[in-house]
Design a protein around this ligand. Structure first.
Ligand code: ADP
Ligand code: ASP
Ligand code: MG
Length: 421
């Protein structure tokens, strides 16, 4: 039997009619090679952002269930239009919502997790010779409501379908030529990585390299899915995400990643006795806020109180405040927040066996007069929280300090420094 391929096209790759038709032609080309083809599409261009703005204009705190009803429409548009384009090319295509495609999730609206994929409807359509288009980023919950999978979630839809269909490969078509040693929009001389290990890609995605959603990488690793991240604008090979055993090279540093969407929360006057931190973070977990870095400043004298700072994605700040404010006066003296934080990280499997990476990171940022506000490490990553406006400069200087660029690759992608869209 012919092999199955899952192709995923991101928002930029279907942004206008020309691009959408180009995606349709690429999908058909794969079908003409004899494959069974499932394509997952994102919402066009900035559609998801526009839908979020629309909701915020109506309500200061939109109901998450209704938010999901709204957001899921973006990817449905792309799929229906692409099915029309493919039908005009002489092939039969059907578009399916996440729910129709059998993507079953838990009930946490706006950041649901896939719990099961019932792919029988897709399998039947493929058996009938159709090309199947699936609306990314969405599913149906165990209580039968429409859910969405968090920003960038179409990557996870694609990987989950590839796993369920035992696809040969999950191709992620995007607006850059693959996974780079840094965001090519910030570092024009960044190098395209031919392969990257799951271990490194997980750290990269977790620390802001949004080219693949973190969940999609976790899912691929757990279900042995082969990811090929590549350009939707040309045919060259992109980046393969492979198991640690398959990636021979162990460079000291693989990439510099960043995020400019962090917020810091500082709790003042935290009593220094057991159980307090537990209460605070249980309250946050209850609202599904993702806490990243946590730092506790111990009291200087025996009866003094501690201070706890942590970072959350800026989008979660409102929820974090709402969870913590009831504790003011009772558990903590005050809650302060700063919404303009960012983070820069260096990732590399080689740092496990090489001391001195942290020293180079701190020295480089120090030379740029960038103040490090918080630090966290894993065996293969060092992250520093800094001010959001200093992030681009920090990324460029660390990329240069670890000599990650290579001459001549700038021509591989169409970006110049500061040309972010
Ligand atoms: P899509 O709409 O195709 O899902 P995304 O915007 O989600 O695309 O992800 C692609 C973007 O990720 C690129 O345009 C690039 O600016 C950004 N990016 C950040 N870090 C990296 C990196 N290390 N390698 C490649 N792209 C990166
Ligand atoms: N459209 C959604 C977003 O912008 C999902 C995706 O593109 O993967 O986050
Ligand atoms: Mg994306």
């Amino acid at each position: 039997m012919a092999g199955t391929i899952v192709m995923k096209f991101g928002g930029t790759s279907v942004a206008d009619s020309e691009r959408l038709k180009r995606a349709a032609r690429r999908i058909v080309a794969r079908r003409e090679e004899g494959n069974r083809v499932v394509a997952v599409l994102s919402a066009r261009g900035k559609t998801t952002d526009e839908l979020i703005t629309m909701a915020e204009e109506i309500s200061p705190a939109p109901d998450p269930r209704e938010m999901d009803m709204l957001l899921s429409t973006g990817e449905r548009q792309s799929c229906a239009l692409c099915a029309m384009a493919i039908n005009d090319l002489g092939y039969r295509a059907i578009s399916l919502t996440g729910s129709q495609a059998g993507i079953v999730t838990d009930t946490s609206h706006t950041k649901a997790r896939i719990v099961e994929v019932r792919a029988d409807r897709i399998t039947h359509a493929l058996d009938d010779g159709a090309i199947v288009l699936v609306a990314g980023f969405q599913g149906v919950s165990t209580t039968r409501d429409v859910t969405t999978l968090g920003r960038g979630g179409s990557d996870t839809t694609a990987v989950a379908l590839a796993a369920a269909l035992a696809a040969e490969v999950c191709e992620i078509y995007t607006d850059v030529a693959g996974v780079f040693s840094a965001d090519p929009r910030i570092v024009p001389g960044a190098r395209k990585l031919p392969v990257v290990s799951f271990e490194e890609m997980l750290e990269m995605a977790a620390s802001g390299a949004r080219v693949l959603q973190l969940r999609s990488v976790e899912y691929a690793r757990n279900h042995d899915v082969r990811i090929h991240c590549r350009s939707s604008f040309d045919d060259r090979a992109g980046t393969l995400v492979l198991s640690e055993e398959e990636t021979m090279e162990r460079p000291l540093i693989t990439a510099v990643t960043h995020s400019t969407d962090e917020a810091r929360v500082t709790l003042i006057g935290v009593p220094d006795h057991p159980g307090v931190a537990g209460r605070i973070f249980t309250a946050l977990a209850g609202t599904n806020v993702n806490v990243d870095m946590i730092v506790q400043n111990e009291p200087v004298s025996p009866n003094a109180q501690a201070e706890i700072s942590f970072t959350v994605p800026r989008d979660d700040l409102r929820m974090a405040r709402a969870a913590l404010e009831p504790m003011v006066g009772e558990v903590v003296a005050d809650v302060r927040t700063d919404a303009e934080m960012g983070k820069v990280s260096v990732v590399g499997a080689g740092m496990k066996t090489h001391p001195g990476v942290a020293a180079t990171v701190f020295e480089t940022l120090g030379n740029e007069r960038i103040n490090i506000e918080m630090i966290s490490t894993s065996p293969i990553k060092i992250s520093c929280v800094i001010r959001a406006d200093q992030v681009p400069q920090a990324v460029r200087s660390l990329h240069a300090a670890f000599d990650l660029g290579s001459d001549g690759v700038a021509a591989e992608h169409p970006f110049r420094a500061g040309a972010a869209t």
